[in-house]
Write a protein that binds this ligand. Sequence first.
Ligand code: ZN
Length: 930
Amino acid sequence: MRVWAELLSTPTADTPGTCVQVHFDDRRYILGHIAEGTQRWLTERKSRGGKLSDVFITGRTEWATTGGLIGFILTLSDQKKDKRVFKWTTVHGGENLLHMVASTRSYVLREQMLLKVDEQVEGITPPFQDHNVTVTPLYVRPTGDPLAPVPPSPKLSPAAGEKRERDESMSRDERIQFLAQKVKDMFFKEQQSVNKTGNEGKEGAPKVNEVGEPPMKKGRGAQGADTLQPSQAQSEMLPPGEPSNIALSYILIMNDHRGKFLPKVAISLGVRPGPDFAKLASGEAVMGKTGNMVKPEDVMEPTRIGAGIAVCDIPEACYIDDFLSKPEWSNTEKLQKRLSCFFWILGDGLQEDKRILEFMEKFPEASHVVSSRELCANHIRFTGAAKFTQRLNYLDPVCFPLLQSSLEPAKPAPEGTLAARSGMRRILEPEWIWEERFDREFDGEKALESVRALGPSFDEVVTDIHQSLASDPVPAETWPGSDAEVITLGTGSSLPSRYRNVSGTLLRVPGVGSIIIDCGEDTYGQLRRLLPPDELEAVMFDLKVIYISHLHADHHLGAVSLIKERTKLLLSKPDPNNNTIFIVAPHRFHNFLDEYSSVEKIFSSHANRQIYVPLESLIPPPYTTLATPQNRENLKQLLDSLSLSSWRAQTAYHCQDAFTTAFTFKNGFKVAYSGDTRPTHRFTLLGRDATLLIHEATFDDELLAEAVAKRHSTISEAIEAGMQMKAKVTCLTHFSQRYPKKPKMVVGEGGDMDVVYAFDSMRFRVGEAARFRRLQKGLEEVYKDVDEDAMDAEEEGREEEEEEEVKEEVKPVKEKKGKKEKQQQQQQQQKLKKSETRRERTQRIKEEDRKCDESGMSVDAMIKELQEIPKRKKDEKKKEGSGINVDAMIKELMESPKKQKEMGKQEARVMQGRRDRLRRLDSVPDEPEK
Ligand SMILES: [Zn+2]
C-alpha cells in the first residue's frame, strides 16, 4: 500500500488558501482551507474528487477558510452524480460551519448530493475514525490579550423584504439541530412542496410558487441551476449566532497495520495447522509439539505503526501559546514515531516566531512545511488562461495587460523548514520520503515562445494592426461615459473553467467610482491578478456598488470577499467620505448577507457600512414590490452618491428573482446589463439608448434550442438586443464553457454599434471600443492554432483516466458492469438520436419562443399580467403615471377592449404552447451546462 500527503494549494491570488490531500487507494481526505478558487484550481489540476470522502477545514470558520466550499460542493455533486463512485462526502469543521452552509440555502440545492456537515464541538465530538485513519481535532483559542468578547453582530441596515422573524429563544442545542436540519434539507431530502407558512405540503400536491405559476424546469449542472423557491428557502430565518474565534488544527494518523501471519515459521516451531493457527493470529500463545510456548510475535510480522501528518493552522500570534499547550502534544515520544510531516498554515510573520521554531525541534525526524503568504510566491495557477492572455497581450497590450505575479517568495523559509509548494508529495507508506514533484508553474518565457510559434503570418497580422493603430489611431469618442472603463474579470458561465472564470465585470467611472457588476467566485482574485497593487487599492477604495443580477452561484460567490477586503482596507485607512457600500441585489441576497453576518462581521458600521437596494423595488410600477420608505431612501442615497439620475430593473426571463437592469448617470451616460436572460422586450425598452450594453451571450447561434431550454441568449440575440436598444457599445460576455477559449464570433453584425467580445482580464474605455474592429483579425489569429479536436481528445483522455480509477474502485461488482456499459451505450445512442431531432426542432422552438415574447413580456410575466388585469383595473385610477414605456404599452393594451379580447385568446394559446413546450423539454435529456 502506498499512502501519501500532497499539498494541493498554497496562497496565491488565484487560490488564497492552503490545503493538503491525503491519498489512500480507496479514499481521499482533504485538510486545510477550501478557499475561493479551489474548484477552478482542481479543474486545472484535473482532480475530480470522485474518491473524496472527508474534508477537514482548519482555522476559524470564516470566508477565508470556507469561501470556496459552496462552489466546491456544487462541482463535486455534479461529478459524483455522473460517476457514482463515492457517494458521501463529509465536511468537518469548527463552530458555525452549519450556520455558514445553511445561510446559502436560498441558492444551493443538490438533492442527489450526499453531503454531511459535521460541526465539531470540543468535548463532545469524538475524533473521526474509519478503516484508514484517525483524525483528531485540536481546538485552539486566542490567549494573551484579554480575551475580548466578540462584539455583537452589527445592527444591520433595515433588511429589505418581507418580515421574517428570528427566533431568539432557541437554546444552543436546539439551534444546532435546527441548522443541521436546514443543511440536511439542502442536500438529500426529496424536494417537497412547502407552503408559505413553512409547513410541508402533502405529497403529490402540485408545487406552486408564490405567483401561482408552475415551477420552473430545473436545470442541471450549472452552478445554482437548482435553487429553492423563495417560499421554501425563506420561510424561516436562521437563528442568530456569534462569530467564533476557535481555530482548528488536525492530527491525522493512519491506523496501525497488523503484520502477516507466517505459517511456515509456525510449523517450524512445532505448531499444528488448524485451531492453533487461528489462536496465534488472534493474539493468543499456544503450545508447540515439544511443549514449547509459541507466542504470536514469534510467528507474525511486526505490526506497522501508522504514520501521519499534522495540519497546524495558526492564524495569529495570539493562538500560539494555546496551540503549544494542547494535551495532544504531551506524548511527544509516541508522536515522534508517527508524525512524518507537519504542514504549518501560518498568519503573516509567524514563521519566525521562536516558540514555533522550538516546537519544531521536538520533531527532528519529521518534515516541517510552512505555508504562508510571505513564504509562497504568487505563482499563476490558471496557466491555460495566462497563456492566452500572454498572446493577447502581444496583439494589444492596451486591452490585454499582462498578469501580476511573482516567481520568488517575499521571504526565505526559516532554517530546517521547507516553504510550501503546490504539488509537493510526502510519502507516508511504505517509507517517509519526499517524492520529487511539483505542480507546473507558469512560465512567461515559454508562453512567449508559443506566441512566436504561431508563425510569420501571425506576426504579419500583428504588425499590420500595430502600424494601423499608430498611423491612424482609433478616435476617442467624447460622448458622456466614453472615458468610463470596462474591466472584464470573469467571462464564462456556469462553472469556472481553465480559460474563463465565472461572471465578474468592473466598471470604473472617473470622478464617480467603481461598480462591480456580478461577481462570481474569486472575482477578487482576478482583480488581484490583473491590477498592480496601487491600482487595486484605488479600485477597492472607490468601489461604491456591488450589483448582483440573480442568485445563481456563478454570479455572486465572490461578493463576501470583496466586501471583506474593502472593510479591511477602510479600517486601516479610514475615509469618512467613502464609508458606505451599496449592495444592489435581489432581496434574498441581502438576507444571505445578514444571515452570514452571524459567522463573521463583514461590514463595519463606521468604515464600510452596507446600504441595501433590493432590485424588486426598482421595477417600474405597478410591479414594484418592497418599495418601503426605507428602500426609497436607500435608492435616493445610491443615486446621490453616484451622481445617477435613475436606476431601474426588470424581471429577467431566466429564473426566480433574476433581473435585468439599466442605470443612467446625470451626465447622460447610460449602462444596461442583461444578467442572465432570454431576450425580452421589456429589457429592450429599459435599456433604450444605452451608451454601453453588457449582455450575456451564453450560447453560439447554432445552440438556440439549448439557449431557449436553459433561458440564456445566443450571440446574435445579444447583438440584436443592442441594435434594438440603439446602444453605442455592446459588450458580450458569460460565454458557455463548452467553447472555453473563444466563442464563435459573428463578424460584421451590429452596424454602427461596436461589438466587443469579452475575455478574462481585458480592459477598454467605452469610447474606444472601436479599437476591437481593428483587432478582429488578430483575435482570430491568436486562437488559430487551437485545435478543438485536440482539446476534446485531451478531455476524453482525462475522462478515461478517471474511468480507470472508477474501475479500480468497483472491482467487486465488475461483472455487473458489462450490463451497465451496454445500458450506457444504449442511453448514449438514444441521446444522439434525440440531439439530431433536437436540431430539427430548433426552428420550431425559436418560433414559439418568439411568440411567447411577442407581447413584450416573458410567458411568466404575461400570465401574471393577465391574472392581474381585473385587480389592476381597479387600482389604475389611484396610480400615478410612471412614465415608463412598458407601462404605457400595457396601459394601451388595457384601454383597448378589442386588444383585451385578443389577449384572452392569446393567454389560452400561450398556456397551451407553454405546456407543450415544457413537455417536450422534459423529454430532452438534460445535459450539464458546462
Ligand atoms: Zn443564471
